[in-house]
Design a protein around this ligand. Structure first.
Ligand code: NAP
Length: 476
């Protein structure tokens, strides 16, 4: 597959290519161009020209093109799901679920791109100012957006950037994860085929470190929208200089199960929320904090449910959990579980590795200060610990460097309200786990989990600039 430079297919200027392989069995799925610095320059040159055209394209016309792209994404959803499952290792049922949300997400963004309202300023409320002036704000596209995306949701995380950026009138250069470039190219093609003008959309496949550094430090870029690890996000903040920045980063999401909770409901939700996409979800349940009184009952309800998850060939309809993204990642998760057990935790089920597959694991008696609780695991295991009271549970929930999502199971409204107020997380779920997202909701983390919010309305706001305009009349 070629790069996309300003909407036009192009070989890497170096002529280099690289293979995309299946994490399940290593088969070669396709070959993509391996972009270099010269391609970054070509994509940004195209983007500057494309941004100038697209910002002068009326919002109703931008919306028409995005709605056509949504229709194409819907028509191509099955093909996208097949590519996605093959290159990512995600079970085909999950890949279908992800790809099937594409059209609706593009439509939500298309609408938000027509809603670039401003405010009227009541200047006469400011002492010293009368009725001789009129003030208002105008919202405009920022210009060139660089979008950098991770491997774990190769369709949705690409669209959460492309669709709002384009809807708002920006040109975009997308750098997808090296392991999952094919899904990104397939989705980008929907926008090109829908009639996006030349220059507006580029996709650079290839090595993140080289391309990323060149993209984020380039002064032609007005906005960086990054989703990925906290380590890479930190590097971007150091290189970017003065640019608008949105960062969706790592996490170690907690679920608190209080003594008055519906234990079965909590166990069923955790058995899903810790293992979707083999735990490679930023909002995956990584930690469960239970009251000692109900810890045993909760684990008794959780373990058999986790043992029902079927691992195997991602392309099989029987498989409910696929591979990790690489065998090396599976080895890292295996080692992390082993380290927790060596530190005194009990492995109740799972944790065995077969190639890039890890069997779904439940680790109990976890020390909240242990690496398996503190560091992002990004694998199919939940770490269960106890907290003697509500205050201790909240302190434990807040006791990591992250703050993306949290869940609380309780039947007590007062406890729920306290959780909403006191838990440091960008999203809080009462009687569900953090693994739940409606594409339209504001979505983003606190603390080390990032800066800014996604979701079409929030992303359009972050991908536009506000100008303040004052019309100076004369006193009359
Ligand atoms: P990653 O290693 O940080 O990579 C993310 C993207 O950054 C990839 O496209 C990567 O390219 C690129 N990249 C690598 N070095 C770069 C550099 N120096 N400058 C700019 N970009 C660079 O993350 P990942 O392993 O793909 O994804 C997993 C992480 O994403 C987890 O930490 C997860 O929590 C986080 N995540 C967060 C959210 C959220 O909403 N908060 C959602 C999903 C995932 P290459 O692939 O070519 O290296």
């Amino acid at each position: 597959m070629d790069l996309l430079i300003g909407g036009i297919g192009s070989k890497a200027r170096s002529g280099r290519e690289e293979q995309v392989t299946s994490p399940f069995d290593g088969t070669v799925i396709d070959t993509v161009a391996a972009a270099g610095i010269e391609d970054v320059d070509a994509a940004l040159t195209a983007a500057v020209a494309g941004a100038a055209t697209w910002r002068r394209t009326p919002a109703h016309e931008r919306m028409r093109i995005l709605l056509k792209a949504a229709e194409l994404a819907d028509e191509r959803a099955e093909a996208t799901a097949q590519i996605l499952s093959a290159e990512n290792g995600k079970a085909i049922s999950e890949a279908r679920g992800e790809a099937s949300r594409s059209g609706a997400l593009i439509r939500l963004a298309a609408f938000e791109g027509t809603q670039l309202y401003g405010d009227t300023l009541p200047l006469d409320a400011n002492p010293g100012t009368g009725f001789d002036k009129v003030g208002f704000t105008v919202r405009q596209p920022v210009g060139v957006v660089v979008a950098i995306t991770p491997f774990n949701y190769p369709a949705l995380l690409v669209l959460h950037k492309l669709a709002p950026a384009l809807a708002a009138g920006n040109a975009v250069v997308l750098k997808p994860a090296r392991t999952t470039p094919l899904t990104a190219l397939a989705l980008a093609q929907c926008f090109v085929d829908a009639g996006l003008p030349e220059g507006v959309l580029s996709v650079l496949t290839g090595p993140g470190a080289t391309l990323g550094d060149a993209l984020v430090s380039d002064p032609r870029v007005n906005k960086i929208s990054f989703t990925g690890s906290t380590a890479t996000g930190t590097r971007i903040t150091q290189l970017a200089g003065v640019k608008k920045l949105s960062l969706e980063l790592g996490a170690s999401c907690p679920v608190v199960v209080l003594p008055d909770a519906d234990i079965d409901a909590a166990a069923a939700a955790v058995a899903a929320g810790g293992f979707v996409n083999a735990g490679q979800v930023c909002i995956s349940v990584q930690r469960v904090i239970t009251h000692p009184k109900i810890a045993g009952d909760f684990l008794d309800a959780l373990v058999p449910r986790v043992e029902k998850i079927r691992t195997g060939d991602p392309s099989s309809a029987e498989t409910t959990m696929g591979t990790l993204i690489t065998e090396a990642e599976a080895q890292r998760v295996e080692a992390s579980i082993a380290q927790a057990v060596a530190g005194g935790a009990s492995l109740l089920t799972g944790g065995q590795r077969d190639g890039a597959i890890i069997s779904p694991a439940v680790v109990a008696d976890v020390d909240p200060a242990a690496p398996i609780a503190q560091d992002e695991l990004f694998g199919p295991a939940v770490a269960v610990s106890t907290a003697a009271d509500w205050t201790a549970a909240i302190a434990q929930a807040n006791g990591t460097a992250y703050g993306l999502g949290a869940g609380v199971f309780t039947s007590d409204v007062a406890g729920a309200v306290q959780a909403i107020r006191e838990i440091d997380a960008g999203t809080i779920h009462i009687n569900w786990t953090p693994l739940w997202r409606a594409d339209l909701m504001p979505y983003g983390g606190l603390k080390g989990s990032g800066i800014g919010k996604e979701g079409p309305r929030s992303a359009v706001a972050e991908m536009t600039d506000v100008k303040t305009v004052i019309l100076h009349g004369r006193p009359w």
